[in-house]
Design a protein. Sequence first.
Length: 297
Amino acid sequence: MTDAREPCASKDVVAADASSVYGSLEGGPPPGPLAPNPGPLPLTGHFSLVLEQTLDRLQKAGPSEGKLGPHVVHSTEEFVTIHDGYPKAAVHLLVIPRQTRVAGLGQLTAEHLPMLRRLSAYVAWLLQSVAGKPGDPGLGWQHGLHCVPSLRQLHVHVMTQDLCSPCLKNAKHYGSFRPPFLVALDDVVEALEQGADLTNRFHLRTAEDEMKKRSLCCHRCGKDFARKFAELKKHLSSCAERPEPPWPAPRRWLTAAGSRQAEPTEMVTQSLRKRGREGEDEGADRSTGDSDVVDLT
């Protein structure tokens, strides 16, 4: 019998275009359990290197994923999704390219566009697939990259929008998961397509300092707490407003300039529409109290 926590993996070869990636994911295994989060990765060394070490360990472990298995939610040959060891929300996942070693946002170039479009398709699929699974508190999901990441190796945060967690301990933690310090994948792809310098486009040199100065506002109701994080965190535990995502799931991969497909395939389009309708139905169930979703906040 398969262990309930065994990671789901797809061993498809790296797809030629983003729509192929999405199509292969639709026909493959779904993500594994969202809860419980198994905690920090069983790795040693400086914390900033943990994702690079994770990729090294996964490469050596092969299909079994070794001791990292409980931490892996889903994997393909090109991408892996793991639990964040110090989650800042009820569910906090990291999506990591496995074959492209690049430190972070500031090191991306136009050469990375094909990978970024496939990554966007993967994140779009993941966002649709995890919504409504046990562990989802029903407040919606968000994704993005940090302007100045604390961990080496490019990764995308995919997380629930409660932003309530024992690991959310200070103003920097909260501010780093709000725009403009958090950046949408579509914005990164668009900037590279336009030939923009990402350091200037996203103000990477000053992003962290500016984030530390910015007022802390509730992302649900908009109430301003200045820099009083303790008051904000207490408020977040009881705020009844439903948050709006800072941006939608990635979609630029569907019609991205330079991709092999100028328009999405009918299969992808129908799948997105179908999943959208299912998400609306699940949302309606949650709002009427008929959901069996477990609230971990």
